[in-house]
Design a protein around this ligand. Structure first.
Ligand SMILES: [Zn+2]
Length: 160
């Protein structure tokens, strides 16, 4: 008979410890408390003090599923692009590198349009890939439309 009581005591003690740790409380402390005083006592204490939300938040951040909003310091999902608490945007730019590359092609076409041979030459020789241009016209087409002899020659030379 006493063996049954002991087994149930241990099982309920483990359950209380598990609930405690799921609420951000120390499972070890509640295991000892419940084992010595009684699982029912441990469970009542747990109900009274409730969840440790700070500890739970810290755990969420540590596991990488959540992050802290830099604007309002609330805990939000790691994939969030907007904070659900304060509405702040958590992304500056979706792909800054792609933007920079398309900018340099736009700058080159502006320079062609302005017939600025120096600028065209500088951009062409900065190591960009002229074939990666996403503008409506290729650089050579654009040079033939708006550029001059020097610019066309510079572009053709870079394409060889
Ligand atoms: Zn926020």
């Amino acid at each position: 008979m006493s063996t049954y009581i002991f087994v149930f005591w241990i099982i309920f003690t483990l359950i209380v410890a598990a609930i405690a740790s799921s609420k951000g409380r120390s499972g070890v402390v509640f295991f000892i408390l419940s084992a010595i005083l009684s699982p029912l006592f441990g469970f009542i204490i747990l109900l009274i003090i409730g969840e440790d939300s700070d500890a739970k938040d810290k755990e969420k951040v540590n596991t990488g599923t959540h992050k802290k909003c830099p604007f309002c310091a609330e805990i939000i999902k790691a994939e969030a692009l907007l904070c659900k608490h304060c509405g702040s945007s958590l992304v500056g730019s979706f792909s800054p590198n792609a933007n920079e590359t398309s900018n340099i092609h736009r700058q080159l076409q502006n320079a062609i349009y302005e017939k600025d041979v120096d600028k065209v030459s500088k951009i062409v020789h900065s190591g960009i890939d002229l074939n990666e241009c996403q503008e409506a016209f290729s650089h050579l087409e654009y040079a033939e439309l708006h550029g001059n002899e020097d610019i066309i020659r510079t572009i053709k030379f870079a394409l060889d």
